[in-house]
Write a protein that binds this ligand. Structure first.
Ligand SMILES: [Zn+2]
Length: 113
């Protein structure tokens, strides 16, 4: 029984390390912003496959985490959905792939040994 528990733990930490590695390896990713109906700025950071790495909202100068995900990211025109932490709306915005601004996602991240 002890062996099986240890196996679970090892597998979990291994997959966590793998996903962190994938995140840190990205040289460039994409960032875009939209305005919620409540006037909060909704930001999202996307990887090269346009999957959400991070979503956040800025309202009156304060930044809060905002759950976000992309829908149909393989298409030229796809949607990003935020759960706005300020007003609680589900805010959906259509984004043109070519209009995304490239950023360096590794800025501010610790290098992975
Ligand atoms: Zn809002």
């Amino acid at each position: 029984m002890t062996t099986s528990v240890t196996g679970e733990l090892q597998r979990d930490s291994g997959s966590l390390a793998a996903s962190h590695g994938a995140y840190a390896r990205e040289g460039a990713s994409f960032q875009t912003m939209s305005r919620c109906e409540c006037q909060a700025f909704l930001w999202v950071l996307l990887d090269e496959r346009r999957q959400v790495l991070e979503g956040w909202a800025v309202f009156r100068g304060a930044r809060s985490p905002a759950p976000a995900h992309s829908i149909g990211a393989e298409r030229e025109r796809f949607d990003i959905a935020w759960a706005c932490p300020i007003c609680g709306r589900n805010t959906l915005r259509t984004v043109e792939k070519d209009a995304l601004r490239a950023v360096h996602a590794t800025v501010g991240l610790s290098p992975v040994a």
